[in-house]
Unconditional design. Sequence first.
Length: 126
Amino acid sequence: MKKMIIPGTGEMIEINKILGGRVINDGALEFIISKIESKAESKTAKRQAAKIAAIIWMEIIQKHPFMDANKRTATETMLLFLRKNGFFLETSTAGKVYISLKLANTEMDYDALVKWLYEKIKEVKQ
């Protein structure tokens, strides 16, 4: 299986700047990267992508490393990760907002998010 391309902290910060925010906790971003590197091993590329996407989405939303736009930054960073690795998320904007709010309110755990993402992630046809 090919190695996944993970957005770096600089890319996360740039996405947040575009959305009008600013960093308040650089350490949280580094923690997200290290969590991905230590936790995301899987047998298939799609399952690994779902796990990494879940970590990105959940951790940025719940750890609040930015002054503002954490949910939007988390969603855009997760989508960037999927694009870089040949996947896309097949859901509406309303679906992404709904899941973001569930994560922000801690109404969805990591395993449920991985399961949801695994069902919604599709490979880009070459």
